[in-house]
Write a protein that binds this ligand. Structure first.
Ligand code: ARG
Length: 602
């Protein structure tokens, strides 16, 4: 427990002790600074329960609680239907400083996750396809959640579920055999492979026979035909060169990279189990439904003209929907195996759930995947449940990425190339450093930190369910809600600290911090653990991003209003310097949890 938790706990104890509400959770708000009080407790429900007027009861409560000597509060008052609590600033500051001294680097962390495991499925780009901005979002959000849960003591397994299997590889091979050329592909792998794939789609509309060719190639791959396997491996290697570069640039890594193909030998068992348990059946399905299910499903998947019926193993819509409320029912069956024995995306995901459960016994499996797969994940989780896989699975989805029109140069269809985005951000970041007194290497390094940070923060500072816009001006602004602004705030504190000696611990007294601007800053620092816990509980990294921004703002007010280096009293000066140190550390930690580095100068 942190100081702030003790304060809240005392409020609850005080109210429960004196007023015995029946089964009423006590809500504790933190009103904005202008209201004077630090905490406000609405007592409307309690008043109702007791048949009293809220404002009258609030007054009675405030009067009564004021008689009690408390550990945390100096004033308790009533306002309307609220009881307001004001912290004893000196004691509070002294506790916060003490707990920060005692926990050092671990400040804000906890052991709530000890003995508990979480699997996070994130990034998951597809072989032979570009690493899209959607995968960038997944990577950035997934990495942040990984950091956050680890900080709270969980054992976290980050698993990159690479899309390296499926009938699309058959199509790609067929396309390559028709129109491809090894040197051309080697020269520009991802763009060329994508083009071949797109060309295949177009030509197959004219000549549907191509689809059979694609299927035949995939069958060859599944049967281990050397040529097919060689091609598949080659596509994989080409893609890995690209993915590795992106991950290095972003500073991201994984604990496991078990692609879809890893589950190949487990699929027959899954399908058999589904049939044996009566969850799945062989049935006629429309060829069109089969084809729609071949690619990774999105709710916007284009409707394909229906063709002949064919046999497949399905979990019927009625089975999926059994016992569900009307609006959660499924309209379509889940296809888990085609007539030729080929598996589908969902089959591999079912095997993945079983595997993860057996290997790690996680209390949660978190899927950081775009919102367009919401229906798919509902279906997957439902099917998993019917098959008796007990894992608690959560689809932590995110919105789409948009570009302000005309800003981006390389666009091909709906694909935005990540390289261009990162390169553009880094080059804009170096423009910010124009004229700074530093070596070229240093400048490059810092531009990288700022450019990558700006992209990550642009994403993580907004609720993940919102669509985001690559608004360079906002993302790279030095005085707005942006990574560079926060990095600069950190650098500025570091430069203050460089101008002075490290304060002697024996001079540090939290209780010297009584100025309003100091109190606001101490309180903000005290709230850091809250923001970490909330971000974890709701899978919302933006809670920490917003926290960091507010911390920087509160610091800025403090800095404008309070003398630091020129303070005469040794104790006050040392303590204020320590307050700067705490701010810098918490800021750096908050950004670090988001996967954003802080340069030491910029
Ligand atoms: N490769 C998929 C895509 O690009 C994402 C995979 C997400 N993870 C999963 N277990 N289905 O859309």
């Amino acid at each position: 427990m942190y100081t702030i938790d003790f304060a809240r706990e005392e409020i609850t104890d005080l109210i429960e002790g004196a007023f015995k509400p029946h089964n009423l959770p006590i809500r504790i708000d933190m009103p904005s600074a202008q209201l004077g009080a630090d905490f406000a407790v609405p007592i409307f429900e309690l008043a109702k329960q007791r048949g009293e007027r809220p404002d009258v009861l609030a007054q009675v409560m405030a009067d009564e609680l004021s008689q009690i000597i408390t550990a945390n509060f100096s004033v308790i008052t009533a306002k309307g239907g609220f009881v307001n609590f004001t912290l004893d600033k000196e004691r509070f500051a002294s506790n916060v400083v003490e707990e920060h001294c005692a926990s050092g680097d671990a400040y804000g962390s906890s052991d709530e996750g000890s003995g508990r495991t979480i699997v996070i499925d994130y990034s998951a780009p597809n072989i032979a396809k570009p690493f899209s901005v959607g995968h960038l979002r997944s990577t950035v959000i997934g990495q942040a959640l990984h950091n956050i849960f680890s900080f709270l003591g969980y054992t976290v397994v980050g698993d990159n579920h690479i899309g390296d299997w499926g009938t699309q590889f058959g199509k790609l091979m067929a396309a390559y055999k028709h129109w491809g050329n090894r040197d051309v592909v080697n020269a520009n792998p991802i763009k060329e492979l994508l083009e071949l794939y797109v060309q295949f789609g177009k030509e197959a509309k004219i000549d549907p026979g191509l689809n059979d060719e694609g299927r035949a190639w995939f069958k060859r791959l599944e049967d281990g035909d050397p040529e097919a396997v060689e091609l598949w491996k080659w596509f994989g290697e080409l893609s890995w060169i690209e993915f590795t570069r992106v991950y290095e640039l972003l500073g991201v890594s994984f604990d496991e990279t078990l692609g879809e193909s890893f589950y190949n030998d487990k699929l027959a068992g899954i399908v058999q189990h589904a049939l044996d348990s009566g969850v799945a059946v062989w049935d006629n399905v429309q060829q069109s439904d089969l084809e729609a299910a071949e690619d990774i499903p999105t709710t916007q998947a284009p409707a394909i003209q229906s063709g002949a019926a064919t046999k497949a193993v399905i979990i019927p819509a009625a089975t999926l929907s059994a016992g569900l409320p009307e609006k959660e029912r499924f309209e379509k069956p889940a296809l888990i195996q085609k007539s030729d024995g080929a598996s589908l995306y969902i089959t591999r995901d079912l095997a993945t759930i079983e595997y993860r459960t057996e290997r790690w016994n996680p209390e949660q499996i978190i899927y950081v995947v775009g919102g367009e797969q919401q229906l798919y994940f509902r279906e997957l989780f439902r099917a998993a449940k019917l098959l008796g896989f007990t894992a608690h699975c959560v689809h932590t989805w995110f919105g789409m990425v948009r570009l302000p029109e005309g800003k981006m140069s390389t666009r091909e269809g709906r694909v935005i190339f990540l390289d261009d985005v990162l390169a553009e951000s880094i080059s804009k970041a170096s423009a910010l450093l124009e004229g700074r007194d530093m070596g070229e290497d240093e400048k490059l390094r810092i531009a990288h930190t700022i450019g990558v940070g700006a992209i990550k923060y642009g994403d993580l500072s907004q609720n993940r369910t919102r669509d985001i816009v690559f608004d360079w001006k906002r993302m790279l602004s030095m005085d707005g809600d942006s990574a560079p602004y926060l990095q600069y705030a950190y650098v500025r504190i570091q430069s203050i600290l460089r101008k002075t000696e490290v304060p002697d611990m024996k001079h540090i007294r939290g209780r010297a911090l009584v100025h309003d601007a100091e109190h606001a800053l101490v309180k903000k620092i005290a709230l850091f653990p809250d923001s970490v816990r909330k971000a974890a509980a709701q899978h919302l990294p933006h809670v920490i991003a917003n926290y960091a921004f507010e911390l920087a703002q509160v610091f800025s007010t403090f800095y404008t209003n309070v003398q630091i280096l020129k303070t005469e009293s040794i104790v006050l000066r040392a303590t204020r310097i320590y307050l700067c140190m705490m701010t810098a550390e918490v800021l750096k930690r908050a950004l670090g949890l988001l996967g954003i580095d802080c340069p030491e100068q910029m």
